[in-house]
Design a protein around this ligand. Sequence first.
Ligand code: C2G
Length: 143
Amino acid sequence: MKRIITYGTFDMLHYGHINLLKRAKKMGDYLIVALSTDEFNWNHKNKKTYFSYEKRKELLESIRYVDLVIPENGWGQKSQDINMYKADTFVMGDDWKGQFDYLCDETEADVVYLDRTPEISTTQIKKDLNASSLVTTHESVIK
Ligand code: C2G
């Protein structure tokens, strides 16, 4: 059984995330997702997520490609995770290209960066929603 592992926040789950998870799963038989905890996001990734860890975990666990969700509490746990869960391949979107190559030396796992899905991101969704609400507010004011 080929085991794949990937990491992320996966807030406001969108098709870019699904596209990554789908391709990651296709590389093996079992996909582990290490999900950034609320504390890790807030204290080390400067991310205030819309959904809590529990809600983001529930969403991920409902995806057919995902076999196991574990917490990501910090940047430094990847080698230990890979060894503990016997992951054969570590996968990330290529916005991280090169950042995790050290895992090739620290573990037996391959490191693969997959093309990021263009034009969609949680940040962009939030921006678009804010802009549309401003437009709505503005329109209601000028009527
Ligand atoms: N992703 C993608 N295409 C997008 C958006 C995201 O392929 N349009 C990928 C990212 O490259 C990443 C995964 O989806 O591999 C999760 O993205 P985020 O939730 O933004 O995760 P990130 O904040 O990059 O956290 O230790 C690693 C970090 O936890 C990664």
